[in-house]
Design a protein. Structure first.
Length: 319
């Protein structure tokens, strides 16, 4: 049995997710994080060991998350990750939805609710009358493959019948990482916002370079005095962990908000679409400035590794 736990985290609170991974790790070592707020856990061994049902184990997880971290969650349980994720999306806050009969759970739901079906695929299927998961499950494989392609059609037919061949992968490479800064008081100064973004981009860049990863896009979240937030994402020209490139894009996203005397309480920056650095391509240029900056960055990384993260910082942050 697989549990999908979706925590009700504020956009600025992603940093608590590793501790929530540890909470589930008390029951099973097979826990996969899907930032910013979701965990998958294979609890078949835990259910046999404790003699609990899925709903009982989910209740314990919910109570501990509330007691230790003040975080509520919705939980879905199913025989595979796909069904667990779909159940978690439909579960009510503070409740657990357990899928006992996959065929009955899926049959009457719209095809767009099927895990892995995007808008374009859903429109194509609905145009041919395949508007429910049950109708897709009853359709011949050859018809589905003609409509959406051979590979996609085969996967669609399996998922419509409740078959998911993916597994929960413990300690899988995270698809994103985040950092955030909260101001001691509501901050109106635009330059203070940019200094926070400079520090966040430098922190994320250093972490990614240490872990030999690059990211494909950045997300900036601004939280205001009334606890409302604004979030915007942009894609980098090329996957990178270069702090200068991250900072430039973070500034551009922040400028696009058009904040004018806004009372900002905190800023978060998330690097998304992480991938191994060894597989990333870098466009060479004739400008020596970029190459010099990258060499200096490598030297600064070695200094921070030896003397600590505060050994070398940008001048505007040291002032």
């Amino acid at each position: 049995m697989i549990l999908c736990v979706r925590f009700r985290l504020e956009p600025m609170d992603e940093a608590v997710l590793p501790r929530l991974v540890g909470l589930l790790g008390e029951f099973t070592p097979v826990v996969e994080a899907a930032p910013p707020d979701t965990l998958l856990a294979d609890v078949r061994g835990a259910l046999r060991y404790f003699g609990w049902s899925s709903a009982e184990l989910a209740s314990v997880v919910r109570v501990r998350a509330l007691a230790l971290y003040g975080v509520d969650c919705v939980i879905g349980a199913g025989p595979n990750p796909m069904l667990a994720r779909m159940a978690a999306r439909e579960a009510r806050p503070g409740a657990t939805l357990v899928v006992e009969d996959p065929a009955a759970f899926l049959r009457d739901r719209p095809v767009a609710a099927l895990d892995g079906v995007g808008r374009a695929t859903a429109r194509t299927l609905c145009a041919y009358g395949l508007d429910s998961i049950g109708r897709v499950a009853d359709a011949p494989l050859a018809v589905l493959q003609r409509l959406v392609g051979a590979k996609t059609g085969r996967e669609l037919a399996e998922r419509a019948r409740g078959i998911d061949r993916t597994a929960v992968v413990p300690n899988a490479l995270s698809r994103s990482m985040a950092a955030e800064r909260s101001f001691p008081q509501d901050e109106l100064d635009h330059s203070a916002h940019r200094r926070a973004l400079l520090a966040l981009a430098g922190e994320l860049g250093a972490r990614m370079r240490t872990e030999k990863q690059v990211c494909r896009s950045l997300t900036v979240t601004v939280r205001y005095a009334d606890r409302s937030t604004t979030t915007r994402t942009r894609t980098l020209p090329e996957p990178t962990a270069h702090s200068a490139a991250l900072t430039a894009l973070a500034y551009a996203i922040h400028d696009s908000f058009g904040l004018q005397r806004a009372r900002v309480r905190g800023i978060a920056l998330r690097a998304e679409g992480l991938a191994p650095a060894e597989g990333a391509a870098h466009q060479l240029t004739f400008d020596p400035t970029d190459e010099k900056a990258r060499r200096l960055e490598a030297v600064a990384d070695r200094a921070r590794e030896k003397f600590g993260p505060g050994a070398i910082v940008p001048g505007s942050l040291a002032a």
